[in-house]
Write a protein that binds this ligand. Structure first.
Ligand code: 5GP
Ligand code: ZN
Length: 137
């Protein structure tokens, strides 16, 4: 069991901090975000402490994503959501505050319901140069 004594999500997993748990198995826990951006905003985490989605072993990552998908479906079916945003912040520069991999499953009711992911166009990007740098086999 990978555990970080200073991690708030490890404390929730360990039962030291209460949370509204909506799903639990041996590897994965899902609970309501304490500061929801929309009605039903849920977090899905691996029980083992991995800092980021990018550093989580594939088998664990797959289990977390499977639960996230199911929760998104239930939000559509049970909460009347019209859509769902799946959000993973990786590292501080991307807005990650809690350093334990988590998936935000954010039910959406309308485009003005409180959550907004703003995407601004970068001007003058050399796309072939980017491709050269990050193309993978
Ligand atoms: P991040 O910005 O790291 O992707 O998001 C962390 C999320 O964890 C935030 O949405 C925040 O509201 C939530 N959070 C932080 N501390 C707690 C807590 O003690 N309990 C619960 N349920 N959620 C928390
Ligand atoms: Zn942790």
């Amino acid at each position: 069991m990978k555990f970080d004594v200073n991690c708030v999500f490890c404390k929730i997993i360990d039962g030291k901090i209460p949370a509204y748990k909506i799903y639990e198995d041996n590897d994965v826990l899902a609970f309501l975000d304490v500061n929801p951006v929309t009605y039903g905003h849920t977090l899905v985490v691996p029980k083992d402490h991995y800092v980021s989605f990018l550093s989580t072993p594939k088998d664990i990552m797959n289990k977390v994503m499977n639960v996230a998908q199911r929760i998104g479906q239930v939000q559509m079916e049970q909460l009347g959501a019209k859509g769902v945003n799946i959000l993973i912040n990786c590292y501080e520069a991307a807005g990650q505050v809690v350093k334990h991999f988590h998936v935000h499953v954010i039910p959406r009711y309308e485009s003005t319901d409180g959550f907004k992911l703003e995407m601004k166009d970068l001007k003058d990007v050399n796309l072939p140069q980017v491709l050269e740098k990050i193309k993978i086999d």
